[in-house]
Design a protein around this ligand. Structure first.
Ligand SMILES: Cc1ncc(C[n+]2csc(CCOP(=O)(O)OP(=O)(O)O)c2C)c(N)n1
Length: 349
């Protein structure tokens, strides 16, 4: 597979000047944290210690960090399912403990162990995780409308992959958002693949963001391997939406270095993905690229980076220890009926 060649030139034209040194340090730190989390999820899943499934984030965690690191607490975030939204959620301040407990079906999980990765964090205004690709477009319009009515300057960061733009609801959402000038960022993490299908097979235009043209919506294309470029594009789109100018479409050209989800063969069509292609793409792994930049710009020394890595690893390990120590939900009828919507419960009994 071609590793998204057009973005290389576009990426060159993006400067990182709008980000302060502190901003860039925070982005890099969040990137390392998400990377550590993703690695442990992979290992856990491979050793049978995770409920459900896992969609590895390797190669694709920069867009989530870029999208969410500079959102306000009051802004609504709908994460993409890659890496189970953790890059996004972590960057918006979610604690890993209830998140990982949820993943292991524990009572201490943020949805009391009922959801695997279909969770929400109302205190962080993070909603709309779903196993249904493109489900989040319609509620995002609702949140966008509510945000506009409230007049408080909130925005909605609506993240998804390229795959979901085949859904009719994506188009309805873009139409309504642009017509009503809703403060929504359509944040597309285009890794060129949807399970075994190439984006080029499913979309007639090489850039998914071309769809925005049909709705007169401004758009940006960024190098999704460059966390700083992603964050800068997010800032621009967030400012645009917050100022009442309506939605913006941001397409992050990213990569997927592992299989779609653990256990699913890594194919394109019915052909295994070439190891050589993956190795070539791995040269653009986002942590590697960001590390080169922060070292070259003197933001961190190698020793400091090692310390950050150690701290990130400790954070993830502590969260796992906490999650592992949590009990499972209690058995029994009362537990079975908890959180079940039954308007005529007496009739059902
Ligand atoms: C409505 C719906 N159709 C199909 C699926 C099966 N499915 C799960 S992930 C996926 C591909 C999604 O691709 P993309 O949005 O590009 O994200 P990626 O997984 O590549 O990061 C599909 C088709 C689904 N979950 N929901």
């Amino acid at each position: 597979m071609d590793a998204n060649p057009p973005v290389r030139e576009l990426a060159m034209s993006i400067s990182n000047t709008a980000l302060t040194i502190e901003d860039r340090k925070l982005l890099f730190t969040n990137l390392l944290r998400a990377d550590e989390y993703d690695r442990t999820m992979y290992k856990r899943m491979m050793s049978g210690k995770l409920l459900g499934f896992y969609h590895p984030g390797e190669g694709a965690i920069a867009p989530g960090i870029g999208a969410a690191t500079f959102l306000n607490q009051d802004d609504v975030l709908s994460p993409h399912h890659r890496a189970h939204g953790m890059a996004h959620a972590l960057a918006k301040g979610v604690d890993l403990k209830p998140y990982l407990a949820e993943h292991t079906g524990k009572a201490g999980g943020c949805s009391e162990g009922r959801s695997s990765f279909h969770m929400s964090f109302p205190e962080h205004k993070i909603y709309m995780f779903s196993g249904f690709i493109g489900f989040n477009f319609a509620p995002a319009v609702g949140y966008g409308y509510a945000a506009k009515l409230s007049g408080k300057g909130q925005v909605v960061m609506m993240c998804s992959g390229d795959g979901s733009y085949g859904q009719g609801r994506a188009h309805e959402a873009m139409l309504m958002a642009q017509n009503m000038k809703l403060p929504i960022i359509f944040w597309c993490e285009n890794n060129g693949l949807a399970i075994h299908a190439e984006a080029s097979e499913m979309h007639p235009m090489p850039d998914i963001s071309s769809l925005a043209d049909g709705y007169g919506m401004p758009k940006r294309i960024v190098d999704g391997q460059d966390v700083f470029a992603c964050a800068e594009a997010a800032r621009e789109a967030i400012d645009h939406a917050r100022e009442g100018k309506g939605p913006m479409f941001v397409e992050c050209k990213t990569l997927r270095l592992k299989e779609h989800d653990i256990g699913t063969p890594d194919l394109i069509g019915s052909t295994p993905r070439s190891k050589e292609d993956i190795l070539k793409q791995a040269e653009r792994e986002p942590v590697k690229l960001a590390m080169q930049k922060v070292l070259a710009d003197g933001l961190f020394t190698m020793d400091e980076i090692d310390d950050l890595r150690t701290a990130a690893r400790a954070e993830v390990e502590a969260a796992w220890d906490w999650a592992d120590a949590q009990p499972f939900p209690e058995d029994g009828e009362a537990e079975l009926m908890t959180h079940v919507f039954a308007p005529n419960a007496e009739d059902a009994a």
